[in-house]
Design a protein around this ligand. Sequence first.
Ligand SMILES: *Cc1c(COP(=O)(O)O)cnc(C)c1O
Length: 387
Amino acid sequence: MLPFLRSDLAQLAAYKPHPGGVGAEAPATVDRLDTNESPYDLPAELKQKLAWHYQHSLESNRYPDGSHAALKEAIATYANESAHTDWVQPEHISIGNGSDELIRALLIATCLGGEGSILVANPTFSMYAITANTLGIPVVAVGRDEATFAIDCTAAQAAIADTDAQPIRVVFVVHPNSPTANALTEAEIDWLRQIPDHILVVIDEAYFEFSQTSLLPELPQHPNWVILRTFSKAFRLASHRVGYGLAHPGVAAALEKVRLPYNLPAMTQTAARLTLQHRAELLPIIDTIRQEREKLGDRLRSFPALQVWPSDANFFFMRLDPTVLSADLDPDKALDHLFNRLKQEGTLIRKTSGGLRITVGTPEENQRTGDRAQALLRKLGSAAQKG
Ligand SMILES: *Cc1c(COP(=O)(O)O)cnc(C)c1O
């Protein structure tokens, strides 16, 4: 341990985008179904437009617009259109270098310096706890219903009421959740609605475009809510790193205070504005992805050894059904085996929370992955396809 480092840093690990690695043994063509991006790159005409901006209007020697003024205007228009609202203005918006950066800004603005802890319901997006840990912020974790993955609101309520511990300042939920793909239920939303004003509620809508369900219309009634969205998924800009938060002006102003002055590179701002300008051409492919989701879901569900949960997003969560595996197979080892063999054959998925998360890819990727999984599951001792 280096003598000048914070003592708690030794326990932390750097984030690994592909846990287990893409691996030298992986074939040249890899179906990357592990990080929930859109399988579709930007159309060539849009890339040409971006290149044109780089050549003719970008001043490489100048700092980018640190106020994000034009991009905020465009996001406000899109946010209103997306949730059928009319009140979103630039003052309700803060933009981050990916919504990951906004998660960190939220933690800095709320809990840093021993002022409080955060609450998460596992399994959920790992960045909340990872980022809190790097800032020395305690994480309180409650569970979810094993069958539906609904949040254990009773346990969450008890954690909030616990006055012995560091008070909970922020509750993080994902709508729909990752890795389990379920949108918040009306009962969960009711629970969020009654969380007192001194606790910030972060509703991460990274997959909003796939679920088409948003809590944005209710934001005016809740000065303690923040909605996070991203350009990394439906808008096909994961490489450019841009996410945004929607909140009451006071909360947005706090986020603006703690972010770095030039956090969004000029090309990133240009790319985000361009995709918003062209959203009428870019977003219809969401319908295709949703149709592919249904097809992939049907295929995965046809394998008796897999338990596949419904999805409101662009990915599925599944576990091996131990009752269907041969008795001599250890379910954890079988899961590892399936994950590793898929990787060797060219499909990268995510192993997490005692299960597997798979992104909906292109029709070809989904077909190949279905075929590979079918052959592997058959070898794992499961019977042939149902029906
Ligand atoms: C992918 C994802 C994000 C997006 O993160 P960026 O930093 O904007 O790329 C945020 N939240 C959740 C739950 C995600 O799955």
